[in-house]
Design a protein around this ligand. Structure first.
Ligand SMILES: *Cc1c(COP(=O)(O)O)cnc(C)c1O
Length: 411
């Protein structure tokens, strides 16, 4: 078989994303036997680094499969038949989680908003007041397909006021905001290395609160054990005994260790700040081109990707095709029912979220729109984005000092 498709110059899609060379080098180290003391040490060390990146004292579990594994494991492990779950839906992933809830015997109460909007915490309070039997709440922190984020901190705290445990999909939220599971009321939070951390796909990064452990043990008719989906298996094997329920993905663990080391070398505050500064600059560029952001309000725009409404008269498949095949830049379409309505510029993790990469991405977008006869002034978007980045300094890994956009600070 001959190779026919040229690989892109830049992977600026919505995840998995381009990764740092250092990560690839570290992932390419020799394969250790999983009970080699060096691997046990690496796994333990990486778990500790993950706690630091999540900024939590809760137990962390690294399940050995893409983040969907962690999401399904949360539903499978927590839900007993008939459990009521308030499922918050502001996009494709939120809606999709309903299938897991039903599959594992839960009943859903849905609180939904249009897929370009975010959940209002006060509506969560009203829904919990109106439905006293609710046991769990599920929410997507950063709805990657819509380029929006939900106020999970407020939502998680309201859930806890009602004694409701939370399952939080923060697959693309970790690294995008300075989150903290304890303060944000996250009982089981699931993240992925391949989104804002800029790592490789293949693992589920999870935090589990003490209340969530109790709930996993209390599942009816019995706790979920002896299963690839079992979080409790990881507790009894790894957390309690430094053993593995099965062979971990050795190279993926090397890659994760590398990514977490790189992240913590920068520090979470600066890491998140950089992510938000680039996302802000991207939005400035997009608006300067006269394009419309998909989120209804800019405050709810996510820091992982910028979602843009497909402009009148443009076919998004054609636009993405030109960017990919003429200029070697891969971006993402709308996902699921959003397909055809929007396209997404990725800026996740250190290899994507950088001024040089953003400039190339916007320049190629401008060039491709021009190729399609869409009226843009070449350089307008790039100029606005670069203007928003005055004060950038690679040594400080981001915007420095007073030039930092206020909206990029999250406490
Ligand atoms: C990427 C992502 C997932 C994982 O889904 P895949 O389709 O396997 O990539 C789950 N939730 C969110 C919000 C994500 O961004």
């Amino acid at each position: 078989m001959t190779k026919s498709t040229t690989w892109p110059r830049l992977n600026l899609a919505a995840g998995p994303v381009q990764v740092m060379d250092q990560t690839l080098r570290d992932a390419a180290r020799p394969i250790l036997y999983h009970y080699d003391p060096a691997f046990i040490e690496l796994f333990a060390r990486t778990s500790g680094l993950l706690q630091d990146v999540f900024r939590t004292k809760y137990d962390v579990v690294i399940m050995q499969g893409e983040a969907i594994l962690g999401l399904e494991a949360a539903a499978a492990g927590l839900l007993s038949p008939g459990d009521k779950v308030l499922n918050l839906v502001s996009g494709v992933f939120g809606k999709w989680f309903e299938d897991f809830i039903h599959k594992y015997g839960g009943e859903t109460i849905e609180l939904a908003v249009p897929y370009n909007d975010a959940i209002d915490p006060e509506d969560v309070r009203k829904a919990l007041q109106a439905n006293p039997g609710v046991k769990y709440l599920s929410v997507v922190h950063s709805e990657t397909p819509s380029g929006t984020h939900n106020p999970v901190r407020e939502i998680g705290n309201i859930a806890h006021e009602f004694g409701v445990l939370t399952m939080v999909d923060t697959v693309s939220g970790l690294g995008a905001e300075l989150l903290n599971p304890e303060e944000w009321g996250m009982d089981i939070a699931i993240a992925g290395p391949q989104k804002c951390l800029g790592g490789t796909p293949g693992l589920s990064l999870m935090t589990v609160s003490p209340a969530a452990w109790k709930a996993l043990e209390a599942r009816q008719p019995e706790p979920l054990r002896a299963s690839f989906l079992s979080i409790l298996d990881w507790k009894s094997a790894w957390l309690d005994g430094k053993r593995f329920p099965y062979t971990p993905s050795v190279s993926e663990m090397y890659s994760l260790e590398s990514v977490l080391d790189q992240t913590l070398a920068i520090g979470m505050e600066r890491f998140v700040d950089r992510q938000q500064a680039i996302a802000h600059a991207c939005r400035e560029g997009v608006k300067a081109l006269g394009l419309e952001l998909w989120p209804v309000r800019e405050e709810i725009a996510a820091a992982c990707v910028t979602a843009i409404r497909v402009p009148e008269g443009i076919n998004d498949e054609e636009l993405r095709g030109i960017m990919r095949h003429r200029y070697g830049v891969m971006i993402s379409p709308g996902y699921g029912e959003l397909n055809g309505q929007l396209f997404r510029l990725g800026h996740m993790g250190p290899a994507q979220a950088h001024p040089t990469i953003l400039a190339a991405q916007l320049a190629v977008l401008e060039r491709s729109l021009t190729d399609l006869g869409y009226p843009v002034q070449l350089g307008t978007g790039v100029g606005a984005a670069m203007a928003a980045l005055s004060g950038w300094n690679d040594e400080g890994v981001g915007l420095m000092g007073s030039s930092r956009h206020p909206a990029t600070l999250v406490t």
